[in-house]
Write a protein that binds this ligand. Structure first.
Ligand SMILES: [Fe+2]
Length: 445
């Protein structure tokens, strides 16, 4: 697909941006919203202002859609652009100055939205986080009291044991990769340069109880694409692929790199330690962007098992379904998980699949929730029913677009009765374009 010869997929159908910021109170609901759900369901995604083609799906201004649930009711829906400097000032502020200096306060903040230590942040991997209020108004870029000196991945990992938020920043000039840790109070307490041999696109990473796992995979920074005004990363046939393992609390130079077969993964499902090995499950692309960064293909759930003593990695494809946006119960990030969730093939344009899937690693069963013809879900977010609830005791929430109505619902599924009828559907006042990632931000957070 070439942006030069046809309308790009990300400006068509329900990929196309919405034009209005809407506030609606007291939303209609089919079914019954569990009263335990008190908080915000938030999701970010690209929504280019004025419908202008940003040149790549990943380049549109960020827009956060949010629904407040409380007392069994859907109190409000809001969608707000993240008012970054590029949004407010147009093309004036540049991420990279003529002198090659990166200004991390220049962000489009379109990839994820999280809660941590009582604050809400919209994230994009090129820049600082952008803080939002709990009503989705923009506060501004955050560098954690001047301590953050790199960008922040859109996929930080909250350790369920310590409350620490582990993350990293990457860039296309050395140092290519820097690891950071916020403590549970939201203070940046550790930064470590991680030695990497080249400038690759490092979208996400994984943690276990004892380790951090970085993915140095062959989507490489390509200056020729910059010169062409295109997204600046594509597949390399000779870069190779490595997983970097660093003990938590270790120094960057302690990172141990293990070779794997060339591949790409935007997203791990989870990682954990078992019998002295590290297990890392990802949505794996055999290749990606071989013919340039505009064409997406399919990913499959894949398991890396890292034997650190033998310095060997074994690999296995776990399932033949094309999936993306893998998630687990956030209480089990870095710990053995029985269940995982993913959207069936949500990225490949033209393959509008209508399922979320639930993996049971104990039985090998894969259960789908079919939303019906023309109804396409985004990423599913697992919300436990209570702190001590069982692993699939809770709900999986996602926005679902119904092409026939050109309308979207927030759908709440019973995680333990995954293929059964939804617990509730919150009817939204406008469609929610297909986007990227979101999270549940409970009132206590
Ligand atoms: Fe992502």
């Amino acid at each position: 697909m070439s942006a030069a010869t046809s309308t790009p997929f990300y400006l068509e159908g329900n990929f196309a941006p919405v034009t209005e910021e809407v506030t609606a109170q007291g939303l209609p609901v089919e079914g019954a919203i569990p009263p335990e759900l008190r908080g915000l369901y938030l999701r970010n995604g690209p929504n280019p202002r004025n419908g202008k083609d940003p040149g790549h799906w990943f380049g549109g201004d960020g827009m956060v859609h949010g629904v407040r649930l409380d007392g069994g009711a859907a109190r409000w829906y809001r969608n707000r652009w993240v008012r970054t400097r590029p949004f407010e000032e147009g093309e004036g502020p540049q991420l990279v100055s003529g002198a090659g200096v990166v200004d991390h306060s220049v962000a489009i903040a379109n990839t994820n939205v999280i809660g941590h230590a009582g604050r809400i942040f919209a994230l994009v991997e090129s820049s600082f986080p952008t803080e939002l209020t709990h009503e989705l108004d923009t506060v501004g870029p955050c560098d954690f009291e001047g301590r953050l000196n790199t960008s922040m991945t859109a996929h930080p990992k909250l350790c369920p044991t310590t409350g620490d938020l582990h993350f990293f920043g990457y860039r296309f000039v050395p140092p290519f990769l820097t690891y950071h840790r916020l403590d549970a109070a939201g203070k940046l307490v550790q930064s470590e340069e991680i030695p990497v041999k080249g400038a690759t696109m490092i979208h996400d990473f994984a943690i276990t109880d004892g380790h951090l796992i970085f993915m140095d995979l062959p989507i490489v920074f390509t200056p020729e694409l910059v010169a062409e005004g295109r997204f600046p990363y594509q597949w390399s046939h000779d870069y190779g692929a490595r997983l970097g393992v660093l003990p938590k609390g270790g120094r960057g130079a302690d990172t141990h790199w293990l070779e794997v077969d060339p591949c790409y993964a935007f997203h791990p499902m989870n990682a954990f330690e078992r019998d002295g090995e590290l297990v890392l499950d990802v949505a794996r692309y055999e290749t990606l962007w071989e013919d340039g960064p505009e064409v997406f293909n399919a990913a499959y759930l894949h398991r890396f098992t890292l034997d650190l003593e033998a310095e060997k990695v074994s690999e296995a494809k776990l399932d033949d379904r094309a999936i993306e946006f893998p998630r687990v119960d956030e209480r089990l990030v870095g710990k053995p998980n029985r269940f995982g969730y993913a959207a069936a093939d949500p990225i490949v344009p033209g393959r509008l699949e209508n399922q979320l899937v639930k993996y049971d690693h104990e039985t090998g069963k894969v259960e789908g929730h079919d939303f019906g013809a023309g109804c396409r879900p985004g990423e599913g977010v697992m919300v436990p029913a209570a702190d001590g609830a069982g692993e699939d005791e809770g709900w999986v929430m996602c926005f679902v677009h119904d092409a026939a109505r050109d309308a979207s619902d927030l759908v709440i599924l019973d995680a333990g009765n995954f293929s059964g009828p939804p617990v509730a559907k919150v009817k939204l006042p406008q469609r929610v374009p297909f986007g990227f990632h979101g999270n549940w931000v409970p009132d206590a957070a």
